[in-house]
Each structure stands twice: as C-alpha cells, then as structure tokens.
Design a protein around this ligand. Structure first.
Ligand code: AQP
Length: 335
C-alpha cells in the first residue's frame, strides 16, 4: 500500500515558476512513490474576491497548466475541491476543536488581511482549518508544499492530535514535504513570487514576454553600474539560476557578478535562455490541452468521483466517532 499524499493549488491566476519550483515539480517527482491526490482549491480562492464569471475558466486553466507541467492523470487524482462537499463538512467539525489563538498566529492570515483590508472575512481567518480538512478527508500523510504553507501543516497536525485525543484515533498526523526551492522570491525581489502580486513569470508565458519581465527584474541593488562588482547572494536572478541553469553557468554567473566581468543583462540573458528551454514543452502541451478542454473536464470529473467515495467513508467514521450517527434500534414487540 502506497502512503497517501495531498496538495492543492488555488485558481487565482496564472500558475508561476514559484508554484512550479516550490510545489508542482516536487509533486511530479512523487507521483510514483505515493498515492497522489491534487486539488484545485476553489473554496480557498473565494476567501478573497473573485469574478464569478471568470471562475470556471480559471479553474480549468489551472488544471490544464498543472497537467501540462507533469501531473499525469494516469498516475494521480486531480479534482476540484467544491465538487466534494465533505471538505466543508469536515472543516466545520474541525472549527469546533481549533482554538482562535492558533489561527491568530498564522502569518498568511496577517499578510492577506493587510493585502485585503476591505474584506477581512471569517473564511480568510479560518482558511487553515479548511486546509486541514482537505488533507485529512483523505487521511493523507504527506503534504508537499512551499515554505509559506508549513505553519498551516503544523496546525493540521495539532487539529489531528486534538481530534484523535477527543474522539479516537482516526487521522494520521500529516507531514509537510518541502522541495529544494521552498521559497521563490518575486521579480521585485521583495515579496514571495505570488499570483496576486504580479511579480511572477507564468509557466505558459511566451519567450518574448518572459524577457520583458526578466530584463527589468530587480538584481543586487548595490550594483549601480556595469563596472561595479556585485554580490550574487543578494541577487534574485542568481538564485533563479540555481534552479534553471547548469553548474558551469551558475559558477559563471557568480564569478562574473563578483568581478564585474559580466553585466546583469548578460546574466539575465543566460537565465532567460534556460527558463525558456524548461518551460517551452510545458507551454506547448498546455496550448494543445487548451484546444481539448473536454479532456480536462473529464479528468476532473473522474477525480471528483474517486474523492467523493473516499470522503463519504471518512465522514461516516467521523460522525460515528462524534456520536452524530443514529443507528437503527431493534423494534420492541408487545407480548
Ligand atoms: N513563491 C513561492 N515559492 C515556493 N512555493 C510557492 N508556492 C506558492 N508560491 C510559492 C507553493 O505553491 C503551491 C500552490 O500555491 P497556491 O496557489 O495554493 O497558494 P499561494 O501560496 O497563496 O500562491 P500564490 O501564488 O501566492 O497565490 P495568491 O497570490 O493567490 O495567494 C503551494 O504549495 C505553495 O506553498
């Protein structure tokens, strides 16, 4: 029996190289050793305002790009969160055992509350509870995520412990699996690369558009002129080289920067060439899938069917444990 793995991605915009290096590439490498379930987490996405008209397209878009990036539907289950109603049902039960103080500590909530001051809603606050339900509905033991999600997985473990202590041992404690690129910074070099911050390179961007973004991306800000030596460790472009370039090119970039032997544009051109090389097959596959969206819809339907069955079984167990299941009583006969 393979261990089960769960992870999710929000349909909130373009899938970017932060998602790819921090999560998707890792997911692809885990397809065979684990029983993998991946979800397009649309209930999470609506914790910030979304346009209802573009949501269906967004959901299909993210599913398509993930399949193109390597989530082979023959080797994993891919589904849309809102198609399995037990996610919110289990989340409610977890709400009743999660202390408010634990949620108040979540840094993602603090960041998002600042970003969306006009809409600090209860869903944004209890987002990690729904995430715990997503994972535990399938009794997943491994959760491959980027660093930004580690605090949420820790909270999932606490929720599992609390539930098991109160109602009996039902849930395994999930463990995060970090990739070798747990935190990719955005092209602004200030914030984590994010769909909502417009500081990203998307997986399906054209080579020309990638260059437009890369050519103005922030480098070591102390290097003002071409003739100034720079510090590669302070340069986000150098850090990106580590994920896309060969060891020789990474050395070339570091040495050239330190000695002012190369300029930032030379360094970016080499990175651009390597990013384009890695992303071109993904882009081409995505373009072909965009022409065949019924295939993607079919994959998501099949995925939802498998997940609905597993979720139903878990909820039955949970309700029995909590005492929410009425069992038929023997009929009393008069003598
Ligand atoms: N910059 C990043 N570096 C490494 N990993 C990242 N992930 C996201 N950004 C980075 C990981 O990608 C997976 C899917 O992320 P998500 O879309 O569900 O949520 P997110 O973390 O909120 O991603 P964004 O791009 O920042 O979306 P918005 O802007 O909508 O909030 C997760 O495993 C995440 O860790």
């Amino acid at each position: 029996m393979k261990k089960r793995l769960f992870s999710g991605i929000q349909p909130t915009g373009e899938v970017h190289i932060g998602n790819y290096l921090g999560a998707i590439k890792n997911w692809v490498s885990l397809l065979d050793p684990y029983d993998c379930i991946f979800s397009i987490v649309d209930y999470h996405a609506i914790t910030v305002p979304q346009d209802p008209k573009s949501m269906p397209k967004q959901i299909l878009h993210v599913a398509t790009v993930n399949i193109a990036a390597g989530l082979d539907p023959q080797r994993c289950t891919l589904f849309v969160q809102s198609q399995v109603c037990e996610h919110t049902e289990l989340a409610w039960i977890f709400h009743t055992i999660t202390p408010m103080g634990h949620l108040e500590r979540m840094t993602q909530f603090k960041d998002k509350a600042k970003q969306h001051r006009e809409n600090v809603n209860a869903g944004l606050f209890s987002y990690p509870i729904l995430q715990a339900a997503d994972i535990m509905l399938y009794k997943a033991e491994a959760v491959p995520v980027g660093e930004d999600q580690v605090q949420h997985i820790e909270l999932s473990r606490e929720i599992a412990r609390k539930f098991n202590a109160r109602y009996g041992n039902i849930f395994p404690e999930p463990q995060e699996l970090l990739s070798t690129a747990p935190r990719i910074m955005g092209l602004d070099a200030k914030n984590k690369m994010s769909k909502s911050l417009n500081n990203y390179i998307s997986l399906i961007e054209s080579p020309e558009d990638i260059w437009k973004k890369l050519s103005v991306a922030v480098t070591d800000e102390n290097r003002k002129r071409r003739s100034d030596p720079g510090d590669p460790d302070k340069c986000n472009i150098y850090h990106l080289h580590k994920h896309f370039s060969s060891p020789e090119e990474i050395d070339w970039s570091a040495h050239g920067c330190r000695t002012a032997g190369i300029g930032c544009l030379d360094c970016k051109r080499c990175l651009w060439k390597n990013i384009v090389k890695e992303l071109t097959p993904i882009r081409e596959k995505a373009m072909a899938l965009f022409e065949n969206q019924n295939y993607v819809i079919e994959v998501l339907q099949k995925g939802a069917e498998r997940c609905q069955e597993m979720a139903r079984q878990t909820m039955q167990e949970v309700k029995e444990a909590i005492g929410l299941q009425l069992t038929p009583q023997p009929v009393k006969t008069k003598v």
